[in-house]
Unconditional design. Structure first.
Length: 441
């Protein structure tokens, strides 16, 4: 999902480097209820960036041969696409969505009938979804699915003419991967599994092309790790794994670490996935801090990475640092910073409210939870944080002996879509008042 800083600054250009090489503590438990599951889409877009940049490495040898008129050549070798595509992606990852969409629209016009333009434009929709992916809003889902369907249709047209067309296979695989990623988050398991299975051949072919190239091993690393742990974490998908190749968790971690250390163009992707792993699966505070600090340094304008910085601190109860980060997020939201939307801000308020509650500052906690609920009104469906803010309001009322108010909050929780076991807790506290120690809730 992200371009590497090496593309922007270095004493030796990333292109020349690539030519030489290739062309060559106890964490809190609530996080267990709120998982980061961004896997397959990152693999595909990472490979898109790799292919996009690798295109420059053959330009000097190929432009005189008329690449754009050669049906066997990839559009990723085109100098116009390389230059504008990179500019558009950098705008996208800085969350300058209108600028990115404008650049990608030019690409779509310049390469009419090719899937690259619609694919890049679909990434803008994806990045509007991604920062709040786990929070509930689905308003852009149909727009995103339709955009990826256009990519698949254009790719199929190319495949009808030439079943070995590289661009067609690449972008069809990318579109299937993104569609499957969103479907998995929406718990459309069978459809997601079918999409995911269709992407694997592309991932493995890239990995097998050069086992010494750290970038090429990223996709296989992601697959090996998550195909090992996801069935353990989500048993519902186990029956579907018979359709997938065997996976090796240790090999996956090794390949991801290899890419994070030695990669040139997918290094950020590898660091991001390692953060997810150390935050949500193989929990390790030092590992999570190391990787989130790298992401914040390289992408300081990215609101998603900013809020993840605070969540790492909160997960391991480093609350002073967590609150400091979350207040920065809130301040940037209030100043209208790009990407710092209402739902991102609501997440920051929620964690500050949790800290206030744990510290016994119940009035302050209620104020923070009220802000969560107010900010979440931007969408019709309840978000995870809206749901749990409401639940915790009820818990606070119970500790203060305000039973009627507490029951009212629990009833509101039960009127919302269940997430993270909130309904089970609301039913329990509605039946018998919450009586736990407020500082350990």
């Amino acid at each position: 999902m992200y371009l590497l800083p090496g593309l922007l600054s270095s004493s030796e250009s990333p292109m020349s480097k690539l030519r030489r090489r290739t062309c060559a503590t106890t964490p809190s438990t609530e996080g267990d209820r709120f998982r980061l599951r961004r896997t397959r889409s990152g693999v595909i877009v990472g490979f898109f960036i790799l292919a996009l940049v690798c295109g420059e490495t053959v330009l000097a040898q190929s432009t005189s041969k008329g690449i754009r008129n050669d049906p066997s050549s990839s559009v990723l070798n085109d100098p116009i696409l390389v230059e504008e595509g990179r500019a558009g992606l950098m705008a996208l990852y800085d969350m300058r969505f209108e600028e990115a969409d404008s650049i990608f629209s030019r690409i779509e016009s310049q390469f009419a009938g090719h899937p690259v333009g619609p694919f890049l434009k679909a990434l803008v929709i994806w990045w509007r979804i991604l920062p709040v992916l786990e929070m509930g809003p689905t308003t852009d889902d149909d727009l995103f699915y339709n955009a990826m369907e256009s990519v698949i249709r254009l790719s199929d047209e190319l495949l009808d003419a030439n079943e070995n067309n590289f661009d067609a296979m690449f972008f069809k695989g990318a579109a299937l991967g993104f569609r499957g990623r969103l479907r998995s988050n929406r718990q459309e398991w069978l459809a997601a599994a079918l999409d995911g299975r269709a992407t694997l051949d592309y991932i493995f072919k890239i990995a097998d092309a050069d086992t010494t190239n750290a970038d090429f091993q990223f996709g296989r690393g992601v697959y090996d790790y998550f195909a090992s742990v996801i069935p353990e974490r989500y048993p519902i998908v186990k029956p579907m794994m018979v359709f997938f190749p065997n996976a090796d968790k240790k090999r996956g971690l090794k390949n991801l670490a290899f890419t994070a250390e030695k990669g040139h163009f997918i290094q950020t992707e590898a660091v991001y996935f390692l953060l997810q792993i150390y935050l949500s699966y193989d929990r390790d505070y030092d590992g999570a801090r190391k990787h989130v600090e790298w992401l914040r340094t390289q992408h300081p304008q990215n609101a998603l990475f900013h809020v993840l910085d605070g969540r790492v601190f909160a997960t391991w109860s480093r609350w002073d640092r967590a609150v400091e980060v979350f207040r920065e997020v809130i301040d940037l939201h209030e100043r209208g910073a790009t990407g710092y939307n209402r739902l991102i801000a609501s997440q920051a308020h929620y964690f500050i409210g949790r800290f206030d509650m744990l510290s016994g500052r119940l009035e302050e906690a209620i104020i923070q939870f009220d802000r969560v609920i107010d900010l979440s009104k931007v969408i019709a469906a309840a978000t995870y944080f809206n749901l749990f803010a409401t639940l915790r309001r009820g818990m606070i009322y119970d500790t203060r002996g305000e039973r009627e108010s507490a029951i009212r909050e629990y009833e509101r929780v039960l009127d919302m879509k269940d997430r993270g076991g909130a309904h089970e807790r609301a039913k329990r506290y509605r039946k018998a008042p919450y009586a736990g120690a407020i500082g350990s809730s």
